[in-house]
Design a protein around this ligand. Structure first.
Ligand code: MRU
Length: 351
């Protein structure tokens, strides 16, 4: 299993990550020495998955502080405000990004107030500690979610998952894959159906890779094969992660998750969303308010470096969809298993 420091870490004044765009073929690190480089890595999905994006953002703020030579607290704060805006604009859907940056704002405020105008070092230290703590906390949340979620699965469950909500997406262990890992520890007969996850194949490239590394039985399927598996009674549970969960339980996740939830409901199969409380956006009432990232059309109209559609074909490429709370059997967070009505059962956002 990947160690948290393998996924992402602060090294010198750079943020270093396992480059997820190169998996499964090559296991290579990508070093981001500036905020601009880190934002490019986030946009290109070298680091991806809601909790991992939040960790990257916090490390990006710590890195910006380390690199800055500002002699005054205010000078450093001005530089950090620019880094913050750049990071905030890197990807729109995962709330963990804004959540982590808001925690950085608080840490800057508190350290500046305590240390005074001539002590930028205190702000640097506070941001570094915070980034490390957010990383540790996310992995701890995954382990707790894994335990709660594993108890929901029957022995030898056949679980269908989408995208990658593993250690790569969370800084270690995984949310949806954390549930799979904990269930595997209880009973190694668990089997995972891995949706390839068009168009960027996070399921095929990353989830299949993680499960293979851990020796967990799995089968890769084309996304469009899922219906046939349900129809043949081969799926016991759908388990996926989330990028943002509204107060009412509507949950945004990788495009195609909604489709699976509809199939699950039609076949009487439970659909579990597994996400830490840092993914809950208590400021929004429903999924209608979740911004959905629209990505480049070439991701759909090209494959393996070749055009797969006539030049000029109009392409829609929403990267996420929203699974309505009505299709979700339970949401698993580190605090436990939450059922409808989610407005009452979801925990407060992580602090
Ligand atoms: O576009 P991606 O690869 O960042 O999308 C990631 C997902 O949709 C994950 O399922 C989600 O962030 C949860 S990760 C624990």
């Amino acid at each position: 299993m990947l160690a948290p420091g393998d996924v992402i870490r602060l090294e010198g004044d750079a943020v270093v990550m396992l480059d997820q765009t190169r998996l499964p073929g090559e296991r290579v690190d990508r070093r981001c020495a500036t905020t601009a480089e880190l934002c490019t890595a986030i946009r290109e999905l070298a680091i991806r998955g809601a909790p991992a994006i939040g960790i990257a953002a916090a490390m990006g703020m710590a890195q910006a502080a380390r690199r800055s030579a500002a002699p005054t607290t205010q000078g450093l704060r001005d530089e950090l405000a620019a880094a913050r805006d750049e990071l905030a604009a890197s990807r729109p859907t995962a709330i963990n990004l804004g959540w982590a940056l808001a925690r950085c704002d608080d840490a800057i405020e508190r350290a500046a107030a305590a240390a005074g105008p001539a002590a930028p070092g205190a702000v640097r230290a506070a941001l570094e500690q915070l980034a490390l703590r957010i990383h540790e906390d996310e992995v701890a949340r995954c382990r707790a979610m894994g335990r709660h979620g594993a108890d929901l699965l029957p022995a030898g469950a056949r679980v269908l998952t989408h995208c990658n909500a593993g250690g790569l997406a969370t800084g270690g262990y995984g949310s949806a894959l954390g549930v799979v890992r904990a269930a595997f520890d209880d009973d190694p007969r668990i089997h995972v159906w891995v949706d390839e996850t068009r168009p960027l194949l996070q399921g095929a490239r990353l989830t299949a890779w993680e499960l293979g590394e851990d020796g967990i039985s799995h089968t890769l399927i084309a996304d469009v094969a899922a219906g046939q598996l349900f129809a043949r009674g081969l799926v016991d549970a759908v388990v996926f992660g989330a990028d943002r969960i509204a107060r009412n339980g509507d949950a945004a996740n990788k495009i195609g998750s909604y489709t699976l939830s509809v199939l699950a409901a039609a076949h009487g199969v439970p659909c579990y969303v597994v996400a830490p409380s840092s993914t809950i956006d208590h400021a929004i009432a429903s999924g209608d308010e979740i911004p959905i990232e629209e990505r480049a059309g070439d991701e759909v109209a090209r494959f393996g470096g070749r055009a797969t559609a006539p030049p000029g074909t109009a392409v829609a490429n929403p990267a996420f969809d929203v699974t309505p709370a009505a299709n979700i059997t339970a949401i698993v967070t580190e605090a436990g298993v939450h059922r409808a009505p989610f407005a009452q059962s979801l925990p407060a956002a992580a602090s």
